[in-house]
Write a protein that binds this ligand. Sequence first.
Ligand code: GLY
Length: 262
Amino acid sequence: MTNPATHFSHAISRRPGASVTGGLRAEDRGAPDPARMQAAHDTYVATLRSTGAEVIVLDPLEEYPDALFVEDTALCLPGGAVMMRPGAPSRMGEVAQMRPTLAALFEDLRDIQGPGHIEGGDILFTGREVLVGRSARTDAEGVAELRTILNEWGHPLRELQTPEGVLHFKTDCSLLDPETILSTRLLDSSDCFDGYRVLHLPEGEEAAANAIRFNDVVLLPDGFPKTAEMLTREGYDLRPIDNTDCALLDGGMSCLSLRFNA
Ligand code: GLY
């Protein structure tokens, strides 16, 4: 049987707009190049499709520069989907833009009402539990509201802490298979992955932590040879994707899609 945390029939993605040059970033290392970003996005979508999944590609939203990072707007799980409530004020409106697409796909669609905040980038579903890291974008009230919904669906939620200065929990980790997590040593040092097999990012390649397992392949940011060698040695079928421009906005592989079974 396939695992709903690694195997998916569907994904949703959104093309970057010209306004992506104004996307949020912790540190300004230059603006992304929209054309190169679109080309990388096309490769990303083609890679998801190559596994047999149906990928819905939404139009850019110029009024929301970060809207291509669709993962932050919702959480899709067996049982239903939950619309998030981003902690970044400039991203709040992205949720209403995503809602109709998910309403057409999920019978049970809930909303985080607030006052708390929570973003999808802080949530890792491993199949056996839902790990949520509090961060500058996700607070205790947001986590508590999500926990109430997930209790109904039978998904245990474990509340954790995203390291200081790290945007999202999944900036620093990824699920490679239901038992194995790729993590920075920094995040794993909190023992948050006890009970899982943990592969540490090689020193200097921590920026490769945000990968995704999607059906039988792993999409990994390109340009991290030690990580690629380690994962290949472990038997994963890698698909390197150019993440140069997304990285300028603190984004990675998971940020670019919602993944689910429909
Ligand atoms: N640039 C992605 C974010 O900060 O949410």
